[in-house]
Design a protein around this ligand. Structure first.
Ligand code: PLP
Length: 389
């Protein structure tokens, strides 16, 4: 049983309470990663058509445990077109979004009771602690490289041990917005190959990719699975299609990975044990109509540029995001929680970076309307002014 409160949710709830007092239009709520753009019309049109014109026993019935064949076929076809990986239905298992995909991937590689660990890199999505904990492994977090938010390789290499069964990455990254470069992924893959050989067992690379489609102009965004055979991709439509409530995603294993032949069958057994089974049929069928469709994601880059320009001119230090709808500037005092508390007086809802493994930093989730981003700049100016002596 876990009772740890999410600081993200706490700030979000505060924002809702505040909105009742001053009106939601006056609260600059940058707490939650809830998409702010409409789903693609291909998706909503498909939903309407499926509900009105298809067999209700199909669209409202149980999905097979592995997922709807229409969705699996459409997704591998789209992925093969984009990444030329030669995926087939044997590579893919449909899941309840990224959270469900990760729950399966962790359990597929961990043997409970063996004291195994999975390594991830700060800054990181704090729910990983709970997701990994539930699999029976321990999550070990490599401290951040604050200069770039790429991987701190020296610290990483010293943390791999004989109990390491997987490395978990998230690029484009929540909370920093950073995208791991080709150079970073190549170096990571080289280390994993060398360490797997040295330790005599495979170290899997689990790549959590809900933000894969949200990449900004000029950013080098490699497809991770191309670089390391023993990769399991965990994907979600929550952010790319703006449908977090639809709970749709998948696990995708490379054909060259150890355990590939059994992977989908193993996931089916896992889903029976953890109750994350039979993802919503209707939502899978809607994805199947156009698996490559995305929302109009350009607004996130617009918002990022507005905030980046203003905040850096106010003296905030940050690494410029290459994707997602998050940024992670350095707070103007050492205690980011105190900083975020001060921000509240201007109805700016920010999240301290401590739980992301980035003390002294704060996260801005800029998935809000652009006009609101512009209006929030005055609040940031007032906040920065508190620190001018
Ligand atoms: N992984 C990361 C990095 C996330 O930011 C989130 C949600 O914000 C998730 C996983 C879980 O998302 P979902 O289960 O909606 O796909």
């Amino acid at each position: 049983m876990t009772t740890g409160e999410s600081v993200i949710r706490r700030m979000y709830m505060y924002g809702l309470d505040r909105a009742k007092v001053v009106g939601s239009e006056n609260v600059f709520d940058y707490s939650l990663g809830n998409p702010s753009v409409a789903p693609p019309s291909a998706y909503t049109d498909a939903l309407v058509d499926l509900v009105q014109n298809e067999n209700p026993l199909l669209v409202h019935g149980y999905s097979p445990n592995v997922g709807m064949p229409q969705a699996r076929e459409a997704i591998v076809k789209d992925l093969n077109k984009r990444y030329h990986m030669g995926y087939t239905l044997k590579n893919i298992f449909m899941s309840v979004s990224a959270a469900g995909a990760l729950a399966h991937a962790f359990r597929a590689v961990v043997t409970p009771g063996e004291g195994q660990n999975i390594i991830t890199f700060a800054p990181f999505f704090p729910e990983y602690i709970h997701y990994v904990g539930g699999s029976g492994a321990e999550l070990k977090v490599v401290p951040a490289d604050f200069s770039s938010f790429q991987i701190n390789f020296e610290a990483f290499e010293s943390m791999i041990d004989e109990k390491t069964v997987a490395v978990l990455i998230n690029s484009p990254n929540n909370p920093s917005g950073i995208v791991y470069s080709t150079q970073t992924i190549e170096r990571l893959a080289n280390i994993l190959r060398a360490k797997s050989a040295e330790l005599g067992h495979v170290i899997y690379l689990i790549s959590d990719e809900p933000y894969r489609e949200i990449v900004f102009e000029g950013t080098d965004a490699p497809f991770v699975a191309k670089f390391y055979d023993n990769t399991i991709v965990c994907y979600s439509y929550s952010k790319s299609m703006s449908v977090p409530g639809a709970r749709t995603g998948y696990c995708l294993i490379n054909t060259e990975a150890e355990g590939y032949e059994d992977f989908v069958a193993v996931c089916v057994q896992i889903s029976r044990c953890i109750g994350h089974n039979c993802p919503p049929t209707l939502m899978q069928l809607a994805v199947a109509r156009d698996a490559g469709a995305t929302s109009d994601l350009a607004v996130y880059e617009t918002n990022m540029n507005i905030l980046y320009d203003e905040l850096t001119s106010l003296g905030f230090e940050m690494v410029k995001p290459g994707g997602t709808f998050y940024m992670l500037p350095k707070a103007l005092e050492a205690d980011a929680t105190a900083f975020c508390e001060k921000a509240k007086q201007f109805d700016l809802i920010l999240v301290p970076g401590d739980s992301f493994g980035a003390p002294g930093y704060f996260r801005i989730a800029y998935c809000v309307p652009t006009e609101k981003v512009r209006r929030s700049l005055m609040a940031f100016r007032k906040l920065a002014a508190l620190y001018k002596h």
